[in-house]
Design a protein around this ligand. Structure first.
Ligand code: HPA
Ligand code: ZN
Length: 324
């Protein structure tokens, strides 16, 4: 089974590119850019990657980004992920990036997007991995800053397939960004949003995603299962969920494999993804294996997870049909 999972063609839909910053690359970039780090060795840097909640994870996640400064840095970050994805037989990835985590510390938007875009173009040509970029708004910043970021993205509209919402969910409901998402929709972007596990007010946030924002997908979102009306509406719309088991294990102490089981049984379009693999210690293969073991999934069920992902991918029909 482990070989079957490793070998199957895969699609990853919930992956933060900044969350793929492995300690080795982090230390190399720190050196290249003359950034002082609080540790001297890669082993010490790796030891610092420990968390037990979303907020403790986010502190280290943003702190690490100080090493990302130049266009080649963003290229090298995405190139490292895409190389790893190719090794795991990922054929298609939708990659989140957090421009405000960089513009807020003085790194221009165009540096970020140009570096990532170059890696995406190279990966298709050299690695056989197709990828598209999803721009996330940091929900703990203001709606005005999100709108300004959306405006800044428009010259690069053709390089970005959609927009998302991430970072600290507490006190930052989706409706805070209703106007931003409405404008994003008018610009032709697809829309997704994190509804993290272990969040207070989670059902209200999912309801807002459906009724106010009109999302095309829900990131995490397993709490929806506790509400029959929400689950029924998501099923009616055919929306997908991007579940991240190993990440859930860190922030909620539970892989949420039971939710994956129920979603499969209900015919919901559930997918398995890696979220922030450098921090949580597992790329997509390890995440699928973790769920397969926990649930004793059959090969057909494992294949269903991948088919779901290709089906809900933001690709034109003929392109995704070639993967299915
Ligand atoms: N949740 C919220 N914000 C994030 C995450 C996540 O899983 N990963 C990176 N930013
Ligand atoms: Zn995430």
């Amino acid at each position: 089974m482990d070989d079957f999972i490793a070998g199957m063609p895969k699609c990853e839909l919930h992956l933060h590119i900044e969350g793929t910053l492995e300690p080795e690359l982090k230390m190399a970039l720190a050196e290249r850019n003359g950034v002082e780090m609080p540790y001297r060795t890669v082993a010490e840097a790796r030891d610092a990657y420990t968390f037990d909640s979303l907020s403790s994870f986010l502190v280290g996640y943003y702190e690490s980004m100080r090493v990302l400064r130049t266009e080649p840095d963003f290229h090298d970050l995405a190139h490292a992920y895409l190389t790893r994805a190719a090794e795991q037989n990922v054929r298609y990835a939708e990659i989140f990036f957090d421009p405000q985590a960089h513009t807020s510390r003085g790194v221009p938007f165009d540096i970020v997007i140009r570096g990532l875009r170059r890696a995406v173009m190279d990966a298709e040509r050299l690695l056989g991995v197709r990828a598209q970029l999803i721009m996330c708004f940091l929900r703990d910043f203001s709606a005005e800053y999100a709108m300004a970021t959306l405006m800044e993205s428009l010259p690069y509209r053709e390089w970005i397939v959609g927009v998302g919402l991430d970072s600290d969910e507490r006190g930052n409901p989706p409706v805070k960004f209703a106007e931003v998402f409405a404008r994003a929709r008018r610009e032709g972007y697809m829309i997704t949003a994190h509804c993290d596990v272990d969040q207070p007010g989670t059902h209200e946030h999912i309801r807002q995603c459906l009724e106010v924002i009109g999302v095309d997908r829900i990131d995490h979102g397993t709490n929806a299962l506790e509400d029959e009306a929400l689950t029924a509406e998501i099923a009616r719309r055919g929306l997908g969920f991007t579940v991240c088991p190993i990440s859930n294990g860190f922030v909620a102490g539970d892989l949420k494999a039971g939710a994956v089981r129920r979603m499969l049984d209900l015919g919901l379009r559930v997918t398995v993804n890696s979220d922030d693999p450098a921090y949580f210690g597992g790329y997509v293969t390890e995440n699928v294996r973790a769920v397969q073991r926990e649930l004793d999934l059959t090969r057909d069920e494992v294949a269903r997870l991948q088919r779901n992902a290709f089906e809900i991918a933001w690709l034109p029909r003929p392109v995704k049909d070639a993967y299915l």
